[in-house]
Design a protein around this ligand. Structure first.
Ligand SMILES: [Zn+2]
Length: 503
């Protein structure tokens, strides 16, 4: 018991004892009623005082049991905290351990996988080696790897390097050959495509306007596997149309006769007709002009061995003149250059004139009829009272039912050349295209005109206007061997294109 509690406790006890002694002493003598009252009062007072002191002490101070209990509680708490701290430390340690174990396991797995792969690779290499053309040395081979001399090792290494180089070279050669083949296939025109349809079997809607028969352009496109599109003018009326695919494209106008086929200006015989907002082209244009340019192969079997070259004018007929420049001179120069090149290529060439002479137009046509060439090419230079025009034109005979490019009178009488309208179209287009590519000159288009020699030819025939003598810049070109050679190479390129159309 603490000292602070002991003092009041002892005081209470002493008071009780003294009261008891006093009462005992009093008992020795007979007590009066007053004495009994005093004794009882004293006892009660002593008891009350003792009880009050104990009660007060109990109220203000914890008991020893309470203190011990509290101390025990604190001890338990301290123990619990220590246990928790220990558990946390253990947990931390366990975590670190588990992490270390996981890392170790992962490293081991990687190492195992690497080892396995190495084993497999070695096995695969061994298999390849044994399957190759050079088997590895046998175990009992006296010249095994272990016993090879440094020189022999070096020699074998060199052989292996050379073999690898040879294989690489072979692969590269093969790749180059493949690329070349691919490029050639891409650049070769599809002259033998099976897409060509017989015109007679095509289903085409038709209409007639001013006695001219027309075919529906959308139907034409469908029959050639082409896409159709049209343009409208400001009045929202169809003004132009185009039919095309990856390699072919033809553009038509509702106002003008000139169209564009594969980049070359091509004069049609009639402008496009718009009926009920639908575009049509004349049937004669379709058959004699457009179809031969869209199809890959000619439907008519014709040869191309003998070529008649007609140098325009000559002798008394100088043709166009610009100062000292005379058309008859240049046409003959170009004709002779063309003759030389064609003969080099193995063609048989017949000239309508070889000097400064003037065979009449009838005589030239007669020569054609007599020698029956496969092609007839007339060479001319253009001229105009206006000095501005320049460029290249190629003419073919006017098909029956068609009109001249410079005119509107419909041709009604058939000429010998009209047997070859389709081929004339393709020949004119190819030669025009060739000359334009060779000279980079101005494209004035393929045209139709009532020219005697082309109309009366007995084979496909064209007349080329290689440039304007009346144009100061162009006449200088025409007079130069360089330009003349370009014209010749352009005509040759055109003949090559026409030749692929024939095959
Ligand atoms: Zn002329």
């Amino acid at each position: 018991m603490p000292k602070s509690l002991l003092q009041p406790f002892l005081a209470a006890c002493a008071l009780l004892i003294s009261v008891s002694v006093m009462a005992q002493t009093v008992t020795d003598v007979p007590l009066s009623d007053a004495d009994v009252k005093i004794k009882s009062a004293a006892q009660n007072a002593a008891q009350n005082a003792a009880q009050s002191a104990a009660s007060e002490a109990a109220k203000k101070l914890p008991t020893a049991e309470e203190i011990a209990a509290e101390r025990a509680r604190l001890e338990r708490m301290r123990a619990a905290l220590a246990a928790e701290r220990a558990a946390l430390e253990q947990y931390k340690a366990d975590l670190v351990r588990r992490q270390q174990e996981a890392a170790a396991a992962e490293a081991k797995a990687k190492a195992d996988a690497a080892a396995k792969a190495a084993v497999e690779k070695a096995a695969a290499e061994k298999a390849v080696g044994s399957a190759g053309s050079v088997p590895p040395p046998a175990k009992d081979d006296p010249v095994s790897a272990k016993t090879l001399s440094p020189e022999e090792l070096q020699r074998q290494r060199q052989l292996a390097i050379e073999r690898a180089k040879a294989i690489e070279k072979a692969i590269a050669t093969q790749k180059a050959a493949d690329a070349k083949k691919k490029a050639a296939a891409a650049s070769t025109p599809q002259t033998t495509s099976p897409k060509d349809k017989d015109v007679a079997t095509m289903k085409l809607r038709r209409t007639t306007q001013n006695k001219v028969r027309y075919v529906h352009l959308r139907d034409v496109a469908v029959n050639y596997g082409l896409t159709f599109a049209y343009t409208k003018n400001k009045a929202n009326k169809v003004s132009g149309a185009v039919i095309y695919d990856k390699t072919r494209k033809a553009v038509f106008s509702a106002t003008y006769r000139d169209g564009i086929v594969n980049g070359v200006q091509v004069y049609f015989l009639y402008p496009m007709l718009i009926k009920n907002s639908e575009p049509y082209i004349s049937e004669v244009d379709f058959l004699t002009c457009l179809d031969p340019l869209l199809r890959y192969k000619t439907p008519v079997k014709l040869g191309m061995k003998t070529i008649m070259i007609d140098a325009g004018h000559g002798g008394s007929d100088p043709g166009a003149i610009n100062g000292a420049h005379k058309e008859k001179v240049y046409t003959l120069q170009i004709a002779k250059r063309l003759q030389t090149q064609l003969e080099k290529l193995g063609f048989r060439v017949i000239m309508t004139r070889t000097g400064d002479t003037y065979p009449t137009l009838q005589e030239r046509a007669a020569l054609c009829k007599k020698y029956k060439p496969d092609l007839f090419i007339s060479i001319h230079c253009n001229s105009s009272t206006n000095k501005t025009p320049a460029g290249i034109e190629t003419y073919r005979a006017v098909p029956v039912g068609g009109t001249e490019t410079k005119g509107s009178k419909v041709k009604t009488e058939k000429q010998s050349a009209n047997e070859f309208d389709a081929n004339n179209s393709r020949l004119a287009y190819e030669i025009q295209k060739g000359m334009l590519a060779a000279t980079k000159g101005t494209d004035r288009g393929t045209r139709h005109q009532a020219i005697y020699v082309t109309g009366n030819a007995t084979c496909p025939a064209v007349l080329v206007e290689v440039g304007y003598l009346s144009n100061e810049a162009e006449v200088k070109k025409i007079a130069s061997p360089e330009y003349q050679n370009k014209i010749v190479s352009g005509i040759l390129a055109g003949l090559a294109g026409y030749g692929s159309f024939l095959r």
